[in-house]
Design a protein around this ligand. Structure first.
Ligand code: CP
Length: 299
């Protein structure tokens, strides 16, 4: 792997290699840093807000022994008019090995990766517009494997703002490739008809029926111009202890808007704990991604 562009660009074997290496890191480096430190460096370029992805990439970098540098767009020369490609070109010259990028422009990482250049710099997609968030899907897959053993034949229901969710799109791509039956549940204004791999079920009770895992999604206010009927949404689509099937595990990529997509009491209960476990698993999965890229492309 030179870059991590999206789930489509990974083979099933590469996905399994990432989750196997993540398991190794979870077992061997649960705390602190690994003994044989890597000499590489990562640059974290986040042009949209983030807590989990940015911190876990930074944590993953440090646990591997990398130096991690946070790029502050507001203090950078981008504000003096320097373009993004030229910025990366200079980070490469300075000696960064991996640029971890979150950006609102869809297809941006792929576009950058196709430019003719003589870089050692690798690019990692840390969330791109509404279209892809590959490391979130990888850590969700890792979490599902831990709890369900396999996703093959399992019913995985995704509830909420599907159309604006890059997490839903990357998860549908990955999980259906491994044989999961993905059901999307949302009001019509959050539906995405282009997602033909998943079944659409607008009634929450039917979507949740017999689910093995339920993923809640946040309403992405920052991407919505029209008014969302919150009270009606909560009445029809909120996940609660009373409607979550007993056998189902509860997941959410975060950030959660408490008492909107998931009832606060359910979040605080034992069943809500897998959501913070997802954030923790993200560290090990991102260690695996950075390691495979670095070892595969070491100068
Ligand atoms: N799941 C996720 O991407 O969270 P952040 O936006 O906090 O990184």
């Amino acid at each position: 792997m030179k870059h991590l562009i999206d789930i489509k660009s990974l083979t099933n074997d590469e996905i399994l290699e990432i989750t196997e290496l993540a398991r190794y890191y979870e077992e061997h480096v649960p705390k602190g840093t690994q003994k044989k430190k890597k000499a590489g460096s990562t640059a974290l370029l986040f042009f949209e807000n983030s807590t989990r992805t940015r911190f876990s990439f930074e944590m993953a970098s440090k646990k591997l022994g990398f130096s991690a540098f946070n790029f502050d767009a507001q203090k950078s020369s981008i504000l003096k008019g320097e373009g993004f490609f030229d910025t990366l070109n200079n980070l490469n010259a300075i000696g960064c090995d991996i640029a971890i990028i979150r950006h609102s422009k869809e297809g941006f990482i792929e576009e950058l990766s196709k430019k003719e250049y003589d870089w050692g710099l690798s690019l990692v997609n840390a969330g791109e517009g509404q279209s892809s968030h590959p490391t979130q899907a990888l850590l969700d897959f890792y979490t599902l494997q831990k709890h369900l053993k396999t996703v093959e034949g399992k019913k995985i229901t995704i509830v909420g703002d599907i159309i604006h969710s890059r997490v839903a799109k990357s998860n549908i791509e990955l999980l259906t490739r491994f044989g999961a039956h993905v059901v999307c549940c949302s009001p019509s204004y959050f539906e995405d008809w282009t997602l033909t791999n998943a079944k659409y079920e607008p009634v929450l009770k039917d979507a949740l029926n017999d689910a093995d895992a339920v993923m809640g999604l946040r309403i992405q206010k920052e991407r919505i111009e029209t008014r969302v009927p919150y009270a009606q949404y909560i009445e029809d689509y909120q996940i609660k202890e009373s409607n979550l099937p007993k056998k189902a595990i509860l997941m959410h990529p975060g950030p959660v808007n408490r008492n909107v997509e998931i009832e606060g009491a359910l979040l605080d209960s034992k069943r809500g704990k897998i959501i913070t476990e997802q954030a923790r698993n993200g560290v090990f999965v991102r260690m695996a991604v950075l390691d495979l890229i670095y070892e595969g492309t070491k100068r």
